[in-house]
Design a protein around this ligand. Structure first.
Ligand code: IMP
Ligand code: MG
Length: 185
């Protein structure tokens, strides 16, 4: 692939696009095996999970549907505000369904634990989490993540769906930005 014009803002590539693709394929195969014979509803958390959800579902060889939720725990900055709001709820009734929540990254875990509580109350047949990334050192609540891509250090990362102030989601790799990019904001 041609080099992204956003690369001058990047300090370091943490996970390359080919490593991500290999991992997503592997996760898709495991999910396919685990849910064999079932219909699956993938719930993407907007907006960061859109890219991983799109790649993941093409690696799941089962009848599968998608739905989205938008939850906000962050402003445009890089640290948690502690405020969690549902900005957009599901279109589907998940009662009795096998629900797999797909998230880009779990940081403090506050967003996802709130979301899981809300989904569990609707009585799905099963409810699990698939997260591309996790920052274990930042976790503030216990979360059982069944399908996990990679652990990343306590650094703000962008690319493959993850943004800084709305930008950089289209970088194909998971990257750390140069400090001067944050200084400009
Ligand atoms: P949590 O509630 O602290 O777990 O925050 C999770 C959400 O914060 C994720 O869904 C991301 O949207 C965002 N987030 C957390 N860490 C990062 C990061 O390093 N880069 C980009 N977004 C992040
Ligand atoms: Mg998110």
């Amino acid at each position: 692939m041609k080099m992204s014009s956003l690369m001058p803002d990047v300090k370091e590539v943490l996970i390359s696009s080919s490593e991500i693709q290999d991992k997503v394929r592997e996760l898709g195969e495991i999910i396919t095996r685990d849910y064999s014979g079932e219909r699956l509803l993938l719930v993407g958390v907007l907006r960061g999970a859109v890219i991983v959800l799109g790649d993941l579902m093409r690696n799941i060889d089962l009848p599968c549907e998608i739905d989205f939720m938008d939850i906000s725990s962050y402003g445009t900055g890089t640290s948690s505000s502690g405020v969690v709001r549902i900005l957009k709820d599901l279109e589907e009734d998940i009662t009795g369904r096998h629900v797999l929540v797909v998230e880009d990254i779990i940081d403090t875990g506050l967003t996802l634990s709130y979301l899981l509580r809300s989904l569990q109350a609707r009585k799905p047949a099963s409810l699990e989490i698939c997260a591309l990334l996790t920052k274990p050192s930042r976790r503030r609540v216990e979360l059982d993540v069944k399908y996990l891509g990679f652990e990343v250090p306590d650094e703000f990362v962008v690319g493959y769906g993850l943004d800084y102030a709305g930008a950089y989601r289209n970088l194909p790799d998971i990257c750390v930005l140069k400090p001067e990019v944050f200084a400009k904001a």
